[in-house]
Design a binder for this molecule. Structure first.
Ligand SMILES: [Zn+2]
Length: 427
């Protein structure tokens, strides 16, 4: 039986952030408890952005407007064609199927979650909506465009390929022309590709043994040719109230506010969903299990972390060790790519070269303010992101510290070449 990460209260100890700043210090500076009662995210507000000043609209708005246009045309055409409804309405369903809410990403609709009760769905819905908002950003398109539009090449590092007996690949992000007219179609086609995965990705909560830095895992079901994302059920238990943050935290003054912690768990789940979607889309592109490619110039092949890094300029993790979904002491943001990630045969994440060779000798950690966490649930924040781009999404780093990485010893064969005269030949 896999062991749960928690083991009653006091299950989460200090990490280097809470040790440095103390829980009281973090709390006094707005990193743990906050008033989170006045959040006003109303996705229907985004529907007003129907013109978008000639730019491609966010995915959700695009879906809504496509569906509305096609449905209106179908109604107008009624009587003029033999079968006016079917073609246009069928096309409308590509964007938003009957009974679906346009601002929930089609891949995340309830139908695609296994064993989901009404109550559980309502518990995770804020995370679903937030993850949808992130996946629907125009600014996220270069990531997926790079993966699906063929900016993926075989990695020319024979020593690394040989060491793991894998032909690795590398890839790069690709800018999507987002101004309409000539080429705005490309942005729409990337959104459409993501929508088209709705039948190819299954989600479920399960009890899985996870490492400290992973809350979920994605696999490939070769029989049904679908990606299966399994998310640790602690998320669901906390959000539905079956577990409390106090089942995890140590006792401290004034103690962790339940609502503040719940908001963090909602955000952690949304980020986990977005992270796993990056893996799932890679499986779907390849139609089979294939090891993650390296983003050019980076030394860890982990698409989920790459996507998080693109969005936030680092990895947002709960403070405390082990890191748990209940996030009792707030969030921190850690530098990525980072040397703390070890080779992992199970997930097939492999470091390509010693971090020092990539100039990555130090890491940094900064606590993430509750102001930022709360802002994700406000219309203002998303209007700001639409106006200013990804820079408006990244948490501010007001206080923090750097620390030296302990460089791992790593065995890898040297590639034989004329420039390595010291090469020893085994006989
Ligand atoms: Zn991952």
């Amino acid at each position: 039986m896999p062991q749960p990460k928690k083991d009653g209260a006091n299950a989460v100890d200090h990490d280097h952030v809470s040790k440095s700043f103390t829980l009281k210090g973090l709390n006094d500076s707005g990193y743990i408890n906050a008033d989170v009662s006045q959040l006003d995210l109303d996705y229907t507000d985004f529907a007003q952005d129907t013109k978008a000043n000639g730019k491609v609209r966010a995915g959700g708005i695009l879906r809504k407007s496509k569906r509305d246009d096609l449905t209106t045309r179908a109604r107008k055409d009624k009587g003029e064609y033999d079968d006016p409804d079917s073609k246009l309405l069928e096309e409308a369903q590509i964007w938003v199927e009957d009974g679906e809410v346009w601002y929930i990403h089609p891949v995340l609709q309830r139908d695609h979650w296994n064993h989901m009760s009404n109550d559980d769905w309502n518990s995770i819905r804020p995370s679903i909506e937030l993850a949808s908002r992130i996946l629907d950003m125009v600014e996220i398109l270069p990531f997926f465009y790079g993966l699906i539009a063929g900016s993926v090449y075989d990695l020319k590092d024979s020593a690394h390929n040989q060491a793991h007996n894998i032909i690795f690949q590398e890839w790069e992000m690709k800018e999507v022309p987002t101004v309409l007219r000539a080429v705005g179609q490309e942005a729409e086609s990337v959104f459409l590709y993501m929508v088209g995965l709705r039948g190819s990705v299954e989600w479920e909560f399960s009890h899985i043994a996870l490492s400290d830095r992973r809350f979920a895992q994605t696999g490939w079901l070769s029989k049904s040719k679908k990606a299966l994302v399994e998310i640790n059920e602690d998320f669901l238990d906390i959000l539905s109230g079956r577990q409390q943050v106090h089942d995890y935290s140590m006792s401290w003054e004034p103690g962790t506010d339940v609502e503040s912690a719940r908001l963090r768990t909602q955000v952690a789940l949304a980020i986990t969903i977005v992270h796993e979607f990056a893996h799932a889309i890679w499986f779907c592109i390849n139609k089979k299990y294939k090891v993650d490619p390296y983003l050019r110039g980076h030394f860890i092949n982990e698409l989920g972390f790459e996507l998080e890094h693109m969005l936030f300029s680092g990895l947002i993790m709960p403070i405390g060790t082990p890191a748990v979904e209940a996030a009792p002491y707030g969030f921190k943001i850690d530098r990525f790519p980072e040397a703390g990630i070890r080779d992992d045969e199970e997930t097939r994440v492999f470091s390509r070269e010693p971090p020092s060779d990539s100039g990555c000798k130090t890491g940094w950690s900064h606590p993430v303010s509750m102001k930022w966490v709360s802002s994700l649930f406000t219309v203002d924040k998303w209007e700001e992101v639409a106006r200013l781009g990804l820079s408006a999404l990244k948490p501010q780093r007001k206080t923090g510290f750097s620390h030296d990485y302990r460089i791992r010893k790593k065995k890898r064969p040297r590639s034989p070449s004329p420039t390595s005269p010291s090469k020893k030949v085994k006989i």
